[in-house]
Design a protein around this ligand. Structure first.
Ligand code: NAD
Length: 249
């Protein structure tokens, strides 16, 4: 995607799983990548990997996304130091599962903070930078769980359903400034974490019973969808959710 070369791309949760693959794929396109996470060691490993691939080293900042004031300040600072952000990938999330009977109001608020609130405030912080560029692309990670709701906890499902609605609302509001907003709803993705959980005989049986396609979905499948949604090739696509689940839903 030539349109991604030298573009400043901001990614949350870039130190592992899908986020790591996002960082690598945008670096491979020649983008200027900035990412935040909570895991310094894993982030250092991501940077090392990008350099080994011959890419421009991404910049990492430790940042707890629960603190949206710090997030907004860092996005503003990054835009000044590395050029205005033209692509935001709101990737970070956590699918900690609890049943309703175990949910306290503090726990509920924290799950919303980790899975939803930072996406809204990151978008708020990039708007003026994108307007200055004449447009931009915001990509929010949702999940098929917002439709499927099969096994995930109530807080995670609630947050991911809200990501879907929030995406549509922001697409409507920001569209006139040529800022596109879309979401990606992954199915069962074999991240480091999920591999341990699902690549067992029982886990594989469950996946095979639901996916219409054979094989397993790995993080690059999601990263490639994000590249498309970030690039000019999708310039007339906004307010949509893209399901990448091998036909699970
Ligand atoms: P992951 O746990 O492997 O990676 C998430 C990253 O986000 C981690 O590096 C973590 O440290 C970071 N992070 C979490 N909370 C943070 C916080 N408060 N502040 C800063 N960083 C934080 O997860 P993943 O599986 O790669 O998931 C990425 C996104 O995709 C999430 O939004 C997730 O809900 C969504 N998703 C994943 C799957 C899947 O099967 N893996 C399926 C559907 C949706």
């Amino acid at each position: 995607y030539p349109s991604l070369k030298d573009k400043h791309v901001f990614i949350t949760g870039g130190a592992s799983g899908i986020g790591r693959s996002l960082v690598e794929h945008f670096v491979d396109q020649g983008s200027v990548v900035t990412f935040v996470d909570l895991n310094d060691d894993a982030a250092a490993d991501v940077i090392k990997g990008c350099v080994a691939r011959g890419g421009r080293p991404p910049v990492y900042q430790y940042l707890n996304l629960r603190n949206v004031e710090a997030l907004e300040a860092f996005i503003t600072k990054s835009g000044v130091e590395r050029g205005p952000i033209s692509v935001l990938v709101n990737n970070a999330g956590n699918d900690d599962r609890h049943q309703l009977s175990e949910v306290t109001s503090e726990y509920f608020d924290d799950r919303i903070a980790v899975n939803l609130r930072h996406q809204v405030f990151a978008a708020k912080a990039v708007v003026s930078q994108m307007k200055g560029l004449g447009g931009g692309s915001i990509i929010n990670l949702s999940s098929i769980t917002w439709m499927e709701a099969d096994g995930d906890g109530v807080c995670y499902v609630t947050a991911k359903a809200a990501v879907h609605g929030m995406t549509r609302a922001l697409a409507r509001e920001l569209g006139p400034d040529n800022i596109r907003v879309n979401s990606i709803a992954p199915g069962w993705i074999m991240t480091e974490r999920q591999v341990d959980l699902w690549l067992t005989p029982e886990g594989e049986k469950q996946i095979d019973a639901r996916q219409v396609l054979p094989g397993r979905i790995y993080p690059p499948e999601i990263a490639r969808m994000a590249l498309f949604l970030a690039s000019d090739d999708s310039r007339m696509i906004s307010k949509q959710s893209f399901i990448v689940d091998a036909g699970w839903i």
